[in-house]
Unconditional design. Structure first.
Length: 214
């Protein structure tokens, strides 16, 4: 199975989202099910989020200029906030539809067709997930933020900077290389590395090598 680059993976996510959106909205139209509508809206959020993330990755890879002497890497952070906003909007739409259906119940139509389309969409997502998992990279880093002393790195924003996988601390926004732990952006402070460990995947198991291990 080929290993995809970051842009290829995001493009595949967009194409898969387009297909599943069509299938899920078709299932909702055939059945009138609010549950299937919520599933379709979730896929729509995924599509918009993937497109916006792709645009931010392309923009972030531009070289530094006079207006952005440290590069455009922080542009990727906007994709998380944008997708969060879409989730809130979709949730409100689902809530309104659910309340309306609760007050005015209607029987479902063409249940078999709707379930068949939903199953097909699930198979598409499964196939794409297998490809993306194969192309993904695994890194083992400490959860302890070396600047704040808080265990918060797992809540940091993950992205790339000049094709380097990074994580930004949610505390003081320092940026670390996920591969080496080197601090790439100390936010004006003395650079301190994030602790890392060698990691590998064997037969589907993630193995982290710690001090004193084999």
């Amino acid at each position: 199975m080929p290993v995809l680059g970051e842009r290829q993976a995001l493009s595949l996510s967009v194409l898969a989202a387009l297909l599943t959106i069509g299938l899920k909205f078709g299932a909702w139209h055939a059945t009138g099910s609010v549950g299937l509508l919520s599933d379709a809206l979730e896929s729509l959020v995924n599509l918009a989020g993937a497109v916006f993330a792709l645009l931010m990755v392309i923009y972030a890879q531009q070289p530094a200029d006079r207006g952005h002497p440290f590069g455009h890497g922080k542009a990727e952070y906007f994709s998380s906030g944008f997708e969060g906003l879409l989730i809130v909007i979709a949730a409100l739409g689902i809530f309104i539809s659910a309340v309306d259906r609760l007050l005015a119940p209607q029987p479902l139509q063409a249940v078999g067709l709707g379930l068949g389309l939903t199953l097909l969409a699930t198979l598409v997502n499964f196939a794409v997930a297998r490809v993306l998992l194969h192309s993904g990279r695994v890194h083992a880093v400490a959860n302890l933020d070396p600047y704040s002393g808080a265990h918060v790195i797992s809540r940091g924003i993950v992205g790339t900077r000049d094709d380097v996988p990074i994580v930004a601390s949610p505390m003081y926004k320092q940026v670390f290389d996920l591969r080496t732990g080197v601090c790439l952006d100390a936010q004006g402070k003395e650079p301190i590395a994030l602790r890392t460990w060698p990691v590998s995947i064997v037969d589907g198991d993630v193995l982290v090598k710690v001090e004193g291990g084999a």
